[in-house]
Design a protein. Sequence first.
Length: 654
Amino acid sequence: MLRAVSSIYIESKAFAVVRRDVIKLFRTTAYSGTTSNQTVLAGASPSKQDPVPLQSTPLPTPPSPPSQPPPRGPRRGWFTATAVALTASVGGVYFYRKLNNNEEEQQLKLESKEESEEIEGTPIPSSAESLPRHVDYLVVGGGTAAFAALRAIRSVKPEARVLLVSEEIALPYMRPPLNKELWREPDLATRAADPDTLVFHQWNGKRRRLAYEPNSFYLPTEKLREGSPGAGVARGWTVTALDVDKHEAKLSARGTTATLTYDKCLIATGARAKRCAALRAARGAGLALALRSARDAARLDAALQRSRGNVVVLGGGAHACELAASLAERLRDTDKRVVMMFREATPLADELPDYLAAHLARTLQTLGVDLLPNTEVTDSRVSSEQVYLQLSKVGGEEISPRSEEEGSELVASLVVECVGIEPNTELAASSGLEVHPDLGGVVVNAEMQARAGVFAAGDAACFHEPLLGRRRVARHDHAVASGRVAGANMAALEPPRPYTHQPMLWTDVGPRLGYEAIGIIDSRLPTVGVFSADAVTEAGAITNREEDAATKQIVLEVGKEIPSESASSKDASKETDGEIPSSGTSLQRSATSSEPSSRSYERGVVFYLKDKRVVGVLLWNLFNRMHIARQVLKQGEFEDMFEVAKLFSLHEED
């Protein structure tokens, strides 16, 4: 608030100074070199827009005027001076604001980075003397991509010496359970504090270790220093600098520094959570948290146990949906409620067609999640261990009060920030590696190589893909596959192989809704959705037609802008850049409506189209069919999307 006030004050002062200087400049320029018959400028507009036409006032007639007034001097001088002055003032204010916004953004990044770098426990090893002076392969990062690369290197060259450097004390572990399965485990606050020994129940009831491998899988770093082959982990250590030309890395941990050399290096630094600027006070009080690590899960569970009111999940993406559903299930038998707040009209509005996003919203409500769509937090304050969130409708509208006591404020005991992620590229940038200005991430070629001897993988890599162009994706499947390719290419005795894998994603929202997807999943693209009629429910919405085979009962949803029900199939095809079947099926198509569909969709497939080509496939409650989706994406162009949908066996439940 003080920063905003100071900004207004400084800018007001700046305009006052500019106005005074401009008027002075006008007068000085006008009076210099004039005669008694010339017009004197009386004033100038202080606006930062184009100057208002200036008025002229004649001076009193002198006692003995000349017969003819001398010609007026050129006016270009004061026009130029005025333009320069106004441009300088407006430019100064613009750059001041720009600098102020950049400082705010950098401060948020710094806070997020500092929080992610907080280390609990003693680094392992605790001294630089226990680290090797040289390794064959240096892996920077402790996530899925880093571990996949380590394993690939060891499989190709078991005699190699590999060092993985992780900022976390924990051994490498999987991240997807942090949003879902872990929240079914009791005493998570204590158990998640030690991810190395944490075991959880999977969706099929089987128990699984969170860490990829136990401590016995790794070689002590002291053995690496002695020259023994194997893979070691420096836990709680950070790579602060890379000299790409000298193949040298600098490490630090709790004030201790070390330097080592390497033959090849992988940057798999992952991503960190974005933070909301309006929640700075709540973060300072420990009442606004993010979830990116097992340690974050332990903190969040401890905060849940202390909370005594609303738990707000901020964000409308897949991460927020999964976590909101998991927290609602965990808090079901308490008086606490989960509120999910997001800027869009529906959850996952950026990915799903309107009708599926509406179905997802109803599913979340059924699970006990309160939804606040089209809403953002503009400010917050903390009082008595509660967070008071100042709300506004997206677009500047006033929000309707939730109660007379609250007004436009929402009182919460805890806020979980799920507003996106950003790649950790500071090390790469400071090392002279190229970082993509728009997509983020270290720019790599098809072999996941950034420069000679330096590779990147996972969330921090921006790679080129032949079918879909240059991309950066944050998916578990991509972390595994890209880390595996990068590691194999680092250790390969043969020519490197390109990364051609199409990474998939999956999302589970509660026990009855899940989807898998591949390619570009963007709701702005035209979509064609095909669903089994027996899996689409709405009272009176579907009229079964007599058919010889029940397998011909199909419901077709065409994008977001389908023509009226009487429009021809040809017109509908034109709208969606795809062919709509016209015979041989019991085809039922949703009519145009300004409101999202009220149907419930239990099983189907959605195709995302661009330039008459399939660029994305989403399997809605359909599993074990990703191999078909990959083939569809590879071929790309089809004459009849309905026939393509038949390949997915929509009527067969898993």
